[in-house]
Ligand binder design. Structure first.
Ligand code: ZN
Length: 634
């Protein structure tokens, strides 16, 4: 049969593994796996007719998943060899590393991690081959039952009866696992255990408490060191830490987990973003609307949220004799406004935008500061249009999106177009036309994108855009999703040129995703040192003594008239201390005023993280900051 290796046809025998195929082709042992039809596979993968195979070598990041998965197994073996009563559960690869969840009466400590690392090094140095065995469900149950691995038994019991189950062995130790893995343990050139945290079996707080050990692995020490330095920098920039230090926001026990309080400093930044957002949407043909935070349960029944989304919705409440629920999404409200009038083809596209707060029941284990909250505010919009209008409208969305993201310093994107999945609503021709329109909108802008084949939602194809922050981390923010489903469920229509009632297409889109999450990303991206136009306090005035107060009050007034956000520190503290504190709060400009400045009618200027600008005339300083004000919002 034929397969394709690096796009070239290669004849192979039926039933051969990647390992056997590559061995015959005389690849050396820097080859550790392959991307097969888009998925990372190990050398045990049995090749199938027509598969597209792209070899993966030890010098490429693509192969990191293999050694990280193997490192997770090596960790589990190390833990069980040191504390044999420990039970294993699951140990997947995640972004930048891996974890393994253990069930143990013992609370693992930092010292334990050192012990585990030592044991792992021993296993890795032995260069133990990784062996895959495929067995029946019954044999797998017996295997793990005899070892008392009850969590594994539970996983296997959930699998269909006739499925082949694969085990991966390193020496005697084995794990239930789909793979993929490195050929032997020595491919893990460099690894580190990072932390231990609590988790629950199957993420369910009513089930057993587990301990999750996080780690990472690389093909070289140099790469590991680079990664650890990045983690160190990310820790310094953690938005939860900076949020407290800069007094931007808080999350309190009294209010409840996952619910954000925006403090005045954070609220200033949010208002600037909101004002900018509203202005841009106004100018781009959107009608700005407001909608309530709760609605009758019937609405969520019609939209399908009750059926498909209920586990993310909060419980119902009784009002009069009706059931109500908080909204997890804004879409049905926008739909009701669309339906409030008879729409004609001349009205389309109809575009509604809302800064709309939604509530989702995120489980307590996954809450994470501003990144994952239970109440958050989407920069939401819905476009109701014809199939033919999709391309032009999506192109406009892409223009608006890139303009926004550029404004906040994000110039690097990864774009994905997700196409029709196995189960879908709408006709094939509708899907084809919509998918083509999405691709064209990107091609027209000369933007590169990848295709996530079959990765669309059941209701329509979509574009997702990931931004890269200053540390090179990726964040999924913007999304544009075509929807053939909701217009049908809500029986939307418009009157066509020929007086027929036709169904419009609906496009959901968000640029930031949510204000909370985007704010978190911004805090970490800028490390809390916001650019001038976003900084809650832009200029701080410090004096040598109270003799300069009158002059500084006048300065404050001058700045306020120029719409500069200024703070005058009148506390009776030493100048040195006030300068240090101003630096911690990362205010862009700090002015120090003494006798000389009062006499000369000047200001002495320090720029955050940059040069001392020295003594400047007040008007010259105002000119400098005014030019910076424009930079962001041009
Ligand atoms: Zn929507």
């Amino acid at each position: 049969m034929m397969i394709f290796i690096k796009n070239e046809e290669v004849e192979v025998e039926v039933g051969k593994t990647l390992g056997e195929v590559f061995c015959k082709l005389k690849y050396d042992n820097s080859l550790i796996g392959a991307i097969v039809d888009g998925n990372l596979k190990d050398l045990f993968h049995v090749v199938q007719e027509g598969e597209k195979v792209d070899p993966v070598f030890t010098d490429s990041d693509k192969g990191l998943g293999l050694i990280r998965h193997t490192a997770a197994h090596v960790l589990a073996e190390a833990v069980q060899s040191i504390y044999p009563e420990t039970k294993v559960t699951i140990g997947p690869v995640i972004d930048d590393g891996f974890y393994y969840d253990f069930y143990s009466k013992r609370n693992f400590t930092e010292d334990d991690l050192v012990l585990f690392e030592k044991k792992m090094s021993e296993i890795i140095n032995k260069k133990i081959p990784i062996i895959k065995k495929v067995i029946s469900k019954d044999d797998a149950l017996n295997h793990f039952n005899s070892m008392g691995e009850s969590f594994k038994e539970e996983l296997i019991n959930d699998l269909p009866q006739n499925v082949d189950i694969s085990l991966y062995y390193q020496d005697e130790w084995s794990d239930l696992c789909k793979g993929p893995h490195a050929p032997n343990t020595s491919y893990i050139k460099s690894f580190k255990l990072l932390s231990v945290a609590g988790s629950y079996w199957r993420g369910d707080e009513n089930r057993e408490s587990l301990q999750r050990i996080y780690g990472t692995a690389f093909f070289s020490n140099k790469d590991l060191k680079k990664h650890l330095a990045l983690l160190e920098e990310a820790k310094k920039r953690d938005h939860r830490k900076l949020g407290k230090e800069l007094n931007l926001f808080s999350i309190t026990d009294e209010i409840g987990p996952g619910l954000i309080l925006w403090h005045p400093n954070g609220a200033i930044i949010r208002r600037i973003i909101e004002d900018y957002w509203r202005k841009e949407h106004d100018e781009s043909g959107y009608s700005l609307i407001f909608t309530p935070h709760i609605a009758k349960a019937d609405l969520w029944e019609t939209s399908g949220h009750t059926e498909f989304y209920s586990e993310n919705m909060f419980s119902q409440m009784d009002i009069d004799s009706n059931k109500y629920q908080t909204k997890p999404m804004n879409c049905p409200f926008h739909i009701m406004i669309y339906k409030s009038e008879l729409r004609s083809y001349k009205d389309l596209p109809v575009k509604f935008a809302e800064i709309g707060t939604v509530y989702r029941y995120e489980r307590s284990g996954v809450l994470h500061g501003l990144f994952r909250a239970r109440g958050f505010t989407q920069d939401d919009a819905h476009i109701f249009c014809t199939l033919d209008q999709i391309e032009e409208e999506v192109e406009k969305v892409i223009n608006l999106t890139t303009k926004f993201l550029n404004t906040f310093g994000f110039k690097d994107y990864e774009i994905f177009v997700s196409t029709k999945p196995a189960k879908y609503v709408g006709s094939d021709s509708e899907w084809d036309q919509a998918t083509k329109a999405l691709k064209n909108s990107l091609v027209n802008k000369s933007l590169d994108f990848s295709i996530d084949e079959g990765g669309g939602a059941f209701y329509g194809p979509k574009i997702d855009l990931k931004i890269k922050d200053v540390l090179g981390r990726s964040w999924q923010c913007s999304t544009v999703q075509v929807d053939f489903n909701l217009p049908k469920r809500f029986d939307l229509n418009y009157i066509s040129r020929n007086n027929d009632r036709l169904q419009p297409v609906m496009i959901h889109r968000a640029i930031f995703g949510s204000f909370e999450r985007f704010f978190g990303i911004l805090i970490e991206h800028y490390g809390g040192a916001f650019p001038f136009w976003l900084a809650p306090v832009q200029v701080k005035i410090l004096t040598v003594s109270d003799e300069q107060f009158d002059y500084c009050d006048l300065l404050s007034e001058t700045f306020k008239k120029s719409k500069i956000r200024v703070e005058f520190d009148k506390r009776n503290e030493k100048l040195g201390l006030k300068i240090r504190e101003a630096a911690i709060s990362k205010v862009p400009y700090v002015l120090t005023i003494g006798k000389a400045e009062v006499e000369n009618k000047t200001v002495s200027v320090r720029k955050y993280g940059g040069d001392q600008l020295g003594e400047l005339k007040v008007s010259d300083f105002v000119d400098i900051v005014n030019s910076e004000k424009m930079e962001g919002l041009s």
